[in-house]
Write a protein that binds this ligand. Structure first.
Ligand code: UDX
Ligand code: ADP
Length: 459
């Protein structure tokens, strides 16, 4: 099928950057991104591209170049679906917070709503592409809804999982290790392969069956997260011995079978994908009675929870077993650098733990708003919004954030943190002044020579 118009449902961290790059590389295809969230669409349409709802290096430039030419953002969902030959489903699939599979399974209600919407509106044949991370066999559910409720039009379902990482999304999209397309209809697969083919070499475009494609996405994220939990487990052992986790990571990473990437010990992984996808994998394995498989992968999450808890426990015990009434400065709130996304960020859980101990928290993140910090804490439902508002303050500058603080906790590896005047920060803190470097980004010798009591992960 010749594709002239694409509709993407969901203008989020996946849909936004992916469609911007598809539009840039396919000037003859009209790409419309739709969303039910009017505020979000308005932000995508803001003349000032620094106000886009998503911060991603390089994204604003591409949006500026393509928006209004062949890239459009709209809330007119039905019209965009009706007009397009190819529809991407790029809506969120959070972990269920209710009912069967609560806390484990993916909540597919948004995906199902999309499928029903497409079935209702479509008058011509469509290729429907699942882009959101979904449990294995979701394509089957989408297919069943489309075929049973549609107006007799022909739907081809493809699975095209996204492998981009936030913070490097544009680079990952422009130069992907591979593009994965799972499907039954060869014609539909080739239609999508042609779109990617405008910039991705054909040998990097893999064609598989739908279920392999769906499972590959969960497996890739599970393997990546497993590496982090593995190095984090070793980091705790390092702290009890004379070993240094950075040295261990370097030594093992030089083995070409292991490789050097994704071996940074940290406060624990966050983000919208790792935990959700592993929980999904665990849930699916258990639902087939594969308890050994489920238990194996569940450990990756349990170790990650342990790592976050261990960080805050260590901070509390170092501050003489009490943080009550003490100001703790948190540098970074995003789950990693170069993004304004805070989903599952370790900072949220560490802050919550410290707040249980009655700490006062000061937050500075270059890209995260105070409103977002409060919303993240309120979502946990541990205390009232008023309490969170009183105990947690956000600042626009790191020096104010750390003034009179007893300790600094580094939660995100933003590059700018390395460039601060740390002497000035030290001078304005309570003494002894502590740094808990959850990202191992500062130099221990330098910090100690200033006078800080410095500790990091795994050293
Ligand atoms: C991940 C996958 O990398 C991507 O392919 C998939 O499409 C979505 O999920 P993302 O969550 O955006 O991407 O970021 P990623 O770079 O994978 O980092 C996830 C978390 O792991 C972050 O909190 C990061 O700080 C942490 N991390 C990463 C470590 O703690 N150590 C590392 O060595 C690498
Ligand atoms: P992701 O990281 O997967 O892109 P986001 O939460 O950033 O997740 O984006 C998902 C977007 O999908 C949100 O902006 C949300 O408003 C939108 N969305 C969810 N359900 C629907 C729907 N039925 N129709 C249109 N948009 C939807």
């Amino acid at each position: 099928m010749k594709i002239t118009k694409i509709c993407c449902i969901g203008a989020g961290y996946v849909g936004g950057p992916t469609m911007a790059v598809i539009a840039k590389k396919n000037p003859n295809i009209e790409v419309t991104i739709v969303d039910i969230n009017e505020e979000r669409i308005a932000a995508w349409n803001d003349k000032d591209v620094s106000k886009l709802p998503i911060y991603e290096p390089g994204l604003a430039e591409i949006v500026e170049e393509t928006r209004g030419k062949n890239l459009f953002f709209s809330t007119a969902i039905d019209e965009a679906i009706a007009a397009a030959e190819m529809i991407f489903i790029s809506v969120n699939t959070p972990t269920k917070t209710y009912g069967k599979g609560k806390g484990m399974a993916a909540d597919l209600k948004y995906v199902e709503l999309c499928a029903r919407n497409i079935a209702e509106v479509a008058k011509t044949d469509k290729i429907v592409v699942e882009k959101s991370t979904l449990p294995v066999r979701t394509a089957q559910a989408i297919k069943s809804i489309l075929h049973n409720t549609g107006n007799g039009v022909n739907f081809s379902i493809l699975s095209n999982p996204e492998f981009l990482a936030e913070g490097t999304a544009i680079q990952d999209l422009l130069n992907p290790d591979r593009v994965l397309i799972g499907g039954e209809s060869e014609d539909a697969i080739e239609s999508l392969a042609n779109i990617y083919g405008s910039w991705v070499p054909q040998d990097r475009i893999l064609r598989t069956n739908v279920w392999s494609s769906e499972l590959s996405k969960l497996t890739a994220n599970a393997f990546l997260a497993q590496r982090i939990s593995s190095i984090n487990a070793i980091s705790e052992l390092c702290e009890h011995t004379e070993a240094n986790v950075n040295e261990v990571a370097k030594a093992i990473g030089m083995d070409s079978r292991i490789g050097p990437k994704f071996l940074n010990a940290s406060i624990g992984f966050g983000g919208s994908c790792f935990q959700k996808d592993i929980l999904n994998l665990v849930y699916i394995a258990r639902s087939y009675g594969l308890n050994a498989v489920a238990d194996y992968w569940e450990q990756v999450i349990l170790l990650n929870d342990h790592q976050k808890r261990r960080f805050s426990d260590n901070l509390i015990s170092t501050l003489y077993n009490t943080v009550s009434g003490k100001k703790i400065a948190m540098l970074g709130w995003a789950f990693k650098k170069d993004t304004n996304d805070t989903r599952e960020s370790a900072a949220i859980y560490v802050a919550d733990h410290l707040l249980n101990e009655q700490a006062n928290i000061a937050v500075y993140d270059p890209k995260v708003t105070s409103k977002k910090v409060q919303a993240d804490l309120n979502y946990l439902n541990t205390r009232t919004a008023e309490e969170n508002n009183t105990l947690v303050k956000s600042y626009n500058d790191p020096y104010e954030t750390s003034k009179d603080a007893h300790a600094i906790a580094i939660m995100t590896e933003w590059d700018e943190f390395k460039t601060y005047d740390w002497q000035k920060i030290y001078d304005n803190m309570k003494k002894p002044a502590f740094i808990f470097d959850g990202r191992n980004i500062l130099d221990k010798t330098e910090m100690e020579s200033i006078g800080f009591e410095y500790s990091s992960i795994g050293k």
